[in-house]
Design a protein around this ligand. Structure first.
Ligand SMILES: O=C(CO)[C@@H](O)[C@H](O)COP(=O)(O)O
Ligand SMILES: [Fe+2]
Length: 216
């Protein structure tokens, strides 16, 4: 199981230290939640803040765009150093054009589905997607409860394209990570579960161990 550490739960007053802490604690990817106050009822950060974090780790930047117009803003996130760009199926941008733009910028495209959106919403794009993100909470805030019903969507996606990476995001801890692993999830995003733990490195090791046990 890959662990993508969500900076939403970090101390924003020392982002560079927090990035370095995640790097040495064993996070596989760095998850960056971008919110525009329209697509979700919250605001976070944009390309300049991501660009400022970029020099502090070589780990992949996994950028989760919770914004209305990903096609309009994707070039700025590519320039800021995004390795993966995830946009929502429910956004107002054309998915084909958005995928093309992300690929032409040398990054990996992914699509996300909110809890109320069926997995089939992304089926037409699966051949060009590197990953699908199945939200396990309503997007907008950290610290919410994992929705186990979403595991059906994970299984459906894995059946449709076995080599697709499936990511889940929201409410991941050492219990829910095992449930995700059993369903076939490849990448878990964790914010609160890592940053609010007394020792981030131990929290990441525990998540990976619990995922391994869940798969057995
Ligand atoms: O995209 C989001 C929230 O919209 C997430 O990435 C959260 O940051 C996950 O936080 P936890 O549920 O792990 O606290
Ligand atoms: Fe996220």
């Amino acid at each position: 199981m890959l662990i993508s550490s969500s900076m939403l739960a970090s101390d924003f007053s020392k982002l560079s230290d927090e990035i370095i802490r995640m790097d040495i604690s064993g996070a596989d990817w760095i998850h960056l939640d971008v919110m525009d106050g329209h697509f979700v009822p919250n605001l976070t950060f944009g390309p300049p803040v991501i660009a400022a974090m970029r020099p502090f780790t070589d780990k992949p930047f996994d950028v989760h765009l919770m914004i209305d117009e990903p096609l309009r803003y994707a070039p700025e996130f590519l320039k800021a150093g995004a390795d993966l760009v995830t946009f929502h199926a429910e956004s107002s941008s054309d998915p084909d054009k958005t995928i093309e733009l992300i690929l032409s910028g040398g990054a990996k495209p992914a699509m996300a589905v909110k809890p109320g959106t069926p997995a089939r919403a992304v089926f037409p794009y699966l051949d060009r997607l590197f990953m699908v993100l199945v939200m396990t909470v309503e997007p907008g805030f950290g610290g919410q409860k994992f929705m186990p019903d979403m595991m059906e969507k994970v299984k459906e996606l894995k059946r449709a394209k076995p080599d697709l990476l499936v990511q889940v995001d929201g409410g991941i801890n050492s219990e829910t990570v095992a449930e995700a692993a059993r369903a076939g999830v490849d990448v878990c995003v964790a914010g609160t579960g890592i940053f609010k733990a007394p020792d981030a490195a131990q929290a990441i090791r525990e998540l990976k161990a619990a995922a391994g046990a869940g798969r057995e």
